[in-house]
Design a protein around this ligand. Structure first.
Ligand code: ADP
Length: 484
């Protein structure tokens, strides 16, 4: 039986304001990770479709850049209102294609919509400046313009929010775009294109091309000389490839890449807060988040108490299809994701870790994995150096603040970090030394549309959201005007 929300969502490519089949006629299958069954087929773009999408974005660019900021702003605001009004449908669609529990899907709808509201407010505040040059001979006028047609590539873990976080500032700045969503979760992006059209977005400003041939479609677009900006969220491995491709035509980039977030529980932490925060940092989205706590360092004096409380909370979670009321933990995205989590658990156990709860592969359909807590994880275990992307909490211990900071920073990644302490001085001191773009202080949630999201080291380049989010889609232009 096809659910209404799946039946109603557009399933074709969105190019130049019209819904189109792929030139090849090919389609891709969108599956429900809770059952392994197919939800529907969606047009599967070829490189030729990608080129047509870019042509449409290029053709729409000049008129869109000239559209008054207030008009761009109000399109975003209307889209925000529509998304909020359709929360239930969008949440169900996301749960079906991605697996997260409905409660989390609703939260993502609100989070995703907020990027449109935030950037609708930013669209009308793009400003410049004017000054006299130090030698007094010139007036220097500084203005800002849209960077031009953008390519947006999004992952499957937050199918709606990763789209709005890029589309929102691009619309606000006056850029046109081609969105290539993850092939596992194209439905949310197609629904978004329909909503933006309803909100008044002109044809060609947003084009959407789901494809199973990401490499084949994307590379010629980055090398073609028409795309001026790439905004990518995904793995560091793919990010490196794309950066190399962008180098060829010197394309501006915003890269939100992988993480390996440390979470540090000091001996002076409030343990209730620390356990609660760890549950959020670890279990939001079944652990399938680049901000997910990956390595949990607990001071030896509180390690046993913390571990048993965390294990009790994890063991009490209900695992099941995201559509079932009462489900806390949905399936992982696919069998590869589940095998990766399980292999990391087995490797850690082989090296001496102890399983407090979980750790067993369940039988039956769907890509489910139980919430798992490991203690006594050794630094040589692969899990202390690999993004799990699953509901597995790996606990390590430390004695001194310096030791915890050194361990936390011992990674090529630097996206999010978390620390729990009641000592304000320590919180600030440690935050200053942690090599990461975002730090949760006594909280397990850092994502916020009003804050600059992004990482340092190999976790990425640039920031999304906040006051700076729109800057990524704008270029400065300066005019030298001699003083007569
Ligand atoms: P994940 O492991 O989360 O799927 P990926 O980095 O593989 O992360 O995928 C993130 C996004 O990048 C997806 O939309 C995917 O289709 C796309 N992608 C993967 N490989 C390439 C590639 N070689 N070129 C362009 N896009 C790619």
């Amino acid at each position: 039986m096809t659910t209404r929300v799946v039946r109603d969502v557009p399933k074709r490519l969105f190019i130049g304001g019209s819904w189109q089949d792929a030139e090849s006629g090919r389609t891709l299958s969108v599956d429900n990770p809770a059952t392994g069954e197919e939800l529907c087929q969606v047009a599967d773009a070829s490189p030729a479709d990608g080129r047509r999408a870019v042509e449409a974005a290029v053709a729409a660019q000049a008129a869109w850049a000239a559209t008054p900021p207030r008009v761009r702003s109000e399109i975003l605001r209307r889209a925000y209102d529509i998304i909020i009004a359709r929360t239930e449908d969008l949440a169900l669609l996301m749960t079906l294609e991605m697996g997260k529990p409905l409660t989390e899907a609703r939260a993502e709808v609100a989070y995703a919509a907020e990027f449109f509201r935030w950037f609708s407010e930013e669209a009308v505040r793009i400003d410049g400046g004017m000054m006299t040059a130090p030698d007094g001979r010139n007036r220097l006028l500084v203005t800002r313009q849209p960077v031009g047609p953008c390519l947006l590539i999004t992952p499957w873990n937050f199918p709606l929010a990763m789209g709005t976080r890029k589309i929102g500032p691009a619309i606000a700045a006056g850029c046109t775009m081609v969105l290539k969503p993850a092939p596992q979760t194209p439905l949310s992006s197609l629904a978004l294109a329909e909503i933006l059209t309803e909100a008044g977005l002109p044809a060609g400003v947003l084009n959407v091309v789901p494809t199973t041939d990401a490499a084949g479609v994307v590379e010629p677009l980055l090398r073609g000389g028409q795309i001026r900006k790439l905004s990518f969220t995904g793995s560091t491995q793919v990010g490196r490839i794309l950066l190399a491709q962008c180098a060829g035509t010197v394309i501006r980039t915003s890269m939100e890449l992988g993480g390996n977030a440390p979470l540090i529980v000091f001996d002076d932490a409030d343990l209730d807060t620390a356990v609660e925060g760890t549950m959020v940092a670890k279990m939001r989205n079944m652990g399938e988040s680049c901000c997910a706590a990956n390595r949990i360092y607990v001071h030896t004096s509180v390690a046993d108490e913390f571990a048993s409380r965390l294990a009790a909370r994890m063991a009490a979670l209900t695992v099941g299809p995201g559509t079932e009321p009462g489900t806390d933990v949905g399936p992982l995205i696919d069998n590869a994701g589940r095998s990766k989590a399980h292999d990391l658990v087995r490797d850690a156990v082989k090296r001496g870790a102890i399983v407090l709860t979980g750790g067993e592969l369940p039988g039956g359909p769907g890509c489910f994995y139980p919430p798992t807590v490991l203690t006594g994880v050794t630094p040589d275990a692969a899990i202390s150096d690999t993004e799990v992307f699953g509901p597995v909490a790996a606990l390590l211990t430390f004695e001194t603040e310096d030791e915890a900071i050194a361990a936390a920073n011992d990674t090529e990644f630097g996206l999010a970090a978390y620390l729990f302490t009641q000592n304000l001085d320590r919180a600030l001191r440690v935050s200053e030394r942690l090599e990461s773009g975002m730090i949760g202080v006594n909280t397990g949630l850092v994502s916020n549309p009003a804050a600059p999201f992004g990482g340092v080291k190999q976790s990425g380049l640039g920031r999304e959201g906040g006051r700076v989010g729109i800057d990524e889609f704008l270029e400065y232009k300066y005019l030298a005007v001699p003083v007569a």
